[in-house]
Design a binder for this molecule. Structure first.
Ligand code: SF4
Length: 54
């Protein structure tokens, strides 16, 4: 519950600052053959997220 509240707060702040809030944009699985998550390409929370280049 606390984590959820914190995630929402961080998300709002980032959005207000005009920061990129979508994880998929710099995730290395962001292509059709690799990711079947229905949240792609607009996931804001994802346990499979891996930064591109790592
Ligand atoms: S693994 Fe998650 S963050 Fe990466 S492309 Fe798929 S939905 Fe987006």
């Amino acid at each position: 519950m606390t984590q959820n509240w914190k995630d929402k707060f961080v998300f709002r702040i980032k959005k207000l600052l005009g920061m990129n809030v979508f994880l998929c944009d710099n995730c290395k699985w962001n292509w059709r053959g690799a990711c079947h998550d229905t949240a792609r390409p607009n996931a804001t929370k994802c346990p499979e997220y891996t930064r591109r280049g790592s």
